[in-house]
Design a protein around this ligand. Structure first.
Ligand code: SF4
Ligand code: SF4
Length: 203
């Protein structure tokens, strides 16, 4: 978390709270900082940001910090925090919302590879309504390679490809790779949901 002193601005705080509450469907104002969520978060310690702290950041109207912290990118959506919360606040939905807001604001993500994986997952899942490992990882590897090449890291590209090939072989051995494209019955419905989400009309 930033060590900068925050200048509290009521209208900015209200506006951020309204936007995050509406888009995530969560009543952040109900949070009374009991920290039950913090105790169960598997990534809170590593990211240095626990769910209660993220909610507090939004309540204080600190947009920069809310859109640019490690929990937003490293939340694994395990929903432990929401299960423990006496006010049923699902921080996983808040981190997802803040992730989208961060992308819309074109901020450089603190974890570029996670951001690339997230975009690749969403893109692949949007094609057939189910995530296919081959397609998703193909998109992800292409994005990663382009980004590494821009930085001049040819070796990093090969290292990444080698690591992914190894992972792919392990997954194949364990029958966790799906070579057949699996579709949901109504792909058009999934595509319509994606369109709505892009237009900011849906969750
Ligand atoms: S458990 Fe719920 S009410 Fe308690 S700090 Fe976490 S989000 Fe707030
Ligand atoms: S859903 Fe995210 S924020 Fe909540 S406990 Fe799991 S990792 Fe932590």
């Amino acid at each position: 978390m930033s060590t900068n002193t925050l200048k509290y601005d009521t209208s900015k705080a209200k506006s951020l709270l309204r936007e995050v509450s509406e888009r995530s469907g969560q009543n952040l104002s109900a949070c009374y900082q009991c920290r039950r969520c913090a105790a169960g978060c598997p990534v809170g310690e590593e990211t240095g940001v626990t769910p209660d702290r993220l909610v507090r950041t939004v309540l204080l109207g600190d947009r920069d910090e809310a859109l640019n912290n490690l929990l937003v990118w490293q939340c694994v959506a395990c929903y432990t925090c929401g299960t423990r919360c006496p006010n049923n606040i699902q921080t996983a939905r808040i981190t997802e919302t803040l992730k989208q807001m961060s992308k819309e604001a074109h901020l450089d993500p603190l974890k570029p590879r996670i951001a690339d994986f997230h975009s690749s997952f969403m893109k692949a899942a949007g094609h057939y309504g189910r995530f296919n490992e081959i397609e998703g990882m193909g998109i992800y590897e292409t994005k990663t390679a382009i980004n590494e090449l821009k930085k001049g890291g040819l070796k990093a590209v090969f290292d990444e490809m080698k690591a992914q090939a190894k992972l792919g072989m392990t997954m194949t051995k364990k029958k966790r790779m799906h070579f057949k494209i699996d579709k949901v019955k109504n792909v058009a419905e999934v595509k319509a949901l994606y369109r709505r989400a892009k237009q900011g009309k849906g969750e």
